[in-house]
Design a protein around this ligand. Sequence first.
Ligand code: PLP
Length: 458
Amino acid sequence: MTGEEFREHGHAMIEWIASYLETVRDRRVLPQVKPGDVLDALPAHGPALGETFGDILRDFESTILPGSTLWNHPRFFSYFSVSSSPESMLAEFLSAALNQNGILWKSGPALTELELAVLGWLREWLGLPERFFGVIYDTASISTMHALIAARQAVAPETREQGATANLTVYTSEQAHSSVEKGALALGFGAANVRKIASDSEFRMDVAALERAIEEDVRAGKRPCAIVPSIGATPTAALDPVSNILPIARACGAWLHVDAAYAGPAAMLEECRWMFDGWEQADSVVMNPQKWMLVNVDCSVLYLARREALSGAISLTPEYLRTQSDPRLVNYMDYSVALGRRFRALKLWFVMRSYGRDGIAKMLREHIGMAQWLAAQVQADSRFELVAPVHLSLICFRLRDSNEANQRLMDAINDSGFAFLSHTVQNGKFVLRFAIGNYMTTQEDVAQTWQRIQALAG
Ligand code: PLP
């Protein structure tokens, strides 16, 4: 591609994205495709000769877009709703142009030091103490896996030499995201050593049950390695009582890792600080700017209070990566299983500077306000019930009817293409999840979706 062609296609693509964002509200959120449809529409073999950029873009519009679930849509209310803000998109473009790979300070001095700087800013915004050292990974699943690596090094440093031993245990809530167990499985803790602690009527980890499980395990010769509470657990955004769990972790010597992948940004809000009580004493914390903080996938931040536990477990320096040492030099490869790392701090920097702390807080408050409004509507309609407290931007509700009726209601709204909701099952009951979190979402989007849900409920 010549410079002239790059300008032409680049401008056309920006134009395409701008009009896409202006009209996305009119599109279906869920595509009308069956498994295999997109694959069948694609050639079975790659082209021997290069094709024109215009042809590829046309196929993107005719084949890829109609088969895409539109996450960056104001009525995407599924899973945890997320945003790819324009600022983040453009920064991603720049990052691809530089194509830096931040394995070492030397391979990306600005990449490394911008990551240090923005994670320092973010740490302050979240109210975490200075001892927390941040690392950006692709996802919360990988952040949590690294937290478990650090936990094992802190509790059983012999593992590095001898390999995984079978008597280390991990405790999390039955409401925790599956990434906690998956990380433990990948690291060889063994499924039998992952304890899923029961939750209470508000889906919070039952602290007495946690204590009992640890006592039993210690009596049986197990070694508690990590306790993983969530602030904003996936099914209902439940808030585990971190400050009550903290002394238990300290007493048994387990590492305390807090999963605040979704809720983390709310720590910036004075009125939400109570939810985060105790997380400042944790050994590690994960929060995802790619969820509720305007940064496009991927971007997850792990804060470690004892970073040497992670580097102690996995740092290795092959000869070709040896460089000078300097007290101010950080080589992020020492904190990551992956060697290569993208310049994710760039988009976080663009977002943090463009919106400022107050701009982000304003969006969070608007989303929480919409959630409160919707929770009140649900309560005002006797056909429905709220299933969990609404503290943040997730509303969990159901028809006072059979599971099948609730499933049909969710399928009907999703099949309509107007909005996309997901579900959970709690105490055997099918529950609809309405998650607000996209920067384009307005009160009207929420109200119109609620009206349609009411109409479909019959
Ligand atoms: N933790 C929580 C609380 C989540 O809700 C999720 C996903 O929604 C994850 C972890 C995993 O996130 P990721 O997709 O970044 O691995």
